[in-house]
Design a protein around this ligand. Structure first.
Ligand code: PRP
Ligand code: URA
Length: 222
């Protein structure tokens, strides 16, 4: 079994349904020839799908409503409060997608940057909602390569009192080694991702990947 197959079978790694629509969107954003406007537009579409899927992992309680026909409908309502936390900078690209489905959602930010030479993550800054320890956290970062940045951010969240089982990591593309390392280190977090790739290269970039997400989304590539 390959590492990607092993990751795909992991009970806490949830892949979006691999539909033709998703494949088409991912094909556009992976294409090196895609210009920035399309990269942003189609990334945003995948991010919206991911956020919608992430909400499926929040707890609900039974709720009865009366429809305009006067009859009861046995439904559910979300239970528990949420917030987003983006790993800057690339994770900020996912904030709008979260706001579109959760109006006035609180969003914390953690600035973590990988050293360009060693790929080791460095924590520069964090600002989180004061009551984050009572909330479910949708942790936003489109790329998970070694997992170092996400692990560092989860440590910041745990120090702030967030319960590990209330962290949902929302991610576009992950490398299997990074995803498996993160799931091994934290025994109750969950990952929701669009695609699991093959591996990482010597520079710790995801293969086949899509290059540097932050640079392509924000227009800062060389
Ligand atoms: C990217 C990405 C993740 C990290 C993934 O950020 O957005 O945060 O790398 O790599 P890892 O799993 O090996 O830690 P980067 O530090 O390049 O900064 P950016 O958001 O400014 O692009
Ligand atoms: N960050 C990116 O943007 N892309 C990668 O492949 C790895 C880390």
């Amino acid at each position: 079994m390959t590492l990607s197959e092993e990751a795909a079978k992991h009970p806490r790694l949830h892949l979006l349904p691999q539909t033709h629509q998703l494949k088409g969107l991912m094909t556009i954003i992976r294409d090196a020839n895609t210009e920035r406007g399309d990269f942003v537009f189609y990334s945003d579409r995948v991010i919206r799908l991911l956020v919608e899927e992430g909400l499926n992992y929040l707890p609900v309680v039974d709720k009865e409503v009366i429809t305009p026909t006067g009859l009861p409908f046995q439904g559910v309502a979300f239970e528990g409060r949420i917030c987003g936390v983006s790993i800057m900078r690339a994770g900020e690209s996912m904030e709008q997608g979260l706001r579109e489905v959760c109006t006035s959602v609180r969003i914390g930010k953690v600035l973590i940057q990988r050293d360009e030479r060693t790929a080791l993550p460095k924590l520069y800054y964090s600002k989180l909602p004061k009551d984050i320890s009572d909330r479910w956290v949708l942790l936003l970062d489109p790329m998970l390569a070694t997992g170092g940045s996400a692990v560092k951010c989860i440590e910041v969240l745990l120090e702030a009192g967030v319960k590990e089982e209330r962290i949902l990591f929302i991610n576009l593309i992950c490398a299997p080694e990074g995803a498996l390392a993160m799931l091994e280190k934290f025994k109750s977090i969950q990952i929701i991702t669009a695609e699991i790739d093959e591996s990482i290269d010597d520079r710790k970039f995801i293969l086949p990947g899509l290059g540097d997400f932050g640079d392509r989304y924000f227009g800062t590539e060389d």
